[in-house]
Design a protein around this ligand. Structure first.
Ligand code: ADP
Ligand code: MG
Length: 194
């Protein structure tokens, strides 16, 4: 049986958009898993932690036959493969994948807390989620629209010039990561250098 999962992805080092696009592809390539929707991209000032670059954030909705802990292991492997180095908590990272919700599951297990324990306070999670599912409910917390209305959205800016494509089937090709694939509008993409 497949379950609906909501994943929040973020990057604030290196080729941020390329990393997020590679992540969409990697999630879509997991066994018995499809990416159903990718949100608009937001640029977000970091909250807490050391001084660090701004993040690009987005939300993915997927359907998966994986069990929750197997999905967590898979997302942590994708993080590691993106070159993420766990230097310090809340510090900069090439890729962070948080499991925001897994079907209706509620768990306070610190290894996998569901829903994600800080999701209800994070506009950079709720805003992109609301964009692709205006009727979304955060299990145990209520409608995303209502939660979002109570949050300060300062520091969370939509980047309409940056677009995540859907996961394509088959092996990831270099072309899937070219600037042209990222920005349908013929704009000069902003350099995403470290
Ligand atoms: P953070 O995202 O909080 O900055 P990490 O990505 O390093 O930090 O995650 C730290 C730990 O959080 C992981 O080892 C993981 O086991 C745990 N964790 C608990 N709940 C979740 C969740 N819903 N999604 C992702 N990781 C989670
Ligand atoms: Mg994380």
């Amino acid at each position: 049986m497949r379950h609906r999962v909501v994943l929040a992805v973020g990057s604030n080092l290196g080729d941020r958009l390329g990393t997020l696009q590679g992540c969409v592809q990697a999630i879509g390539g997991l066994p018995d898993t499809d990416v159903l929707a990718t949100s608009p991209v937001y640029e977000t000032a970091p909250v807490g932690g050391p001084a660090q670059p701004d993040y690009l954030n987005a939300v993915l909705i997927a359907a998966t036959g994986l069990r929750p802990l197997d999905l967590l292991a898979a997302t942590q492997r994708i993080e590691a493969e993106s070159g993420r180095v766990r230097a310090e908590r809340f510090g900069p990272r090439t890729l962070d994948i948080d499991i925001i919700s897994f079907a209706e599951e509620v768990s306070d297990d610190p290894v996998l807390t569901l829903p994600h324990p800080r999701a209800h306070k994070r506009a950079f999670v709720l805003a992109p989620w609301h964009d692709i599912d205006p009727g979304a409910i955060l299990p145990g917390r209520g409608p995303v629209a209502g939660l979002l209305a109570g949050l300060d959205r300062g520091g969370v800016r939509r980047r309409p010039d940056l677009v995540l494509g859907a996961a394509t089937s088959g092996a990831q090709t270099p072309e899937a990561r070219t600037p042209e694939a990222r920005t349908p509008k013929a704009q000069t993409p902003k350099a995403e250098t470290p």
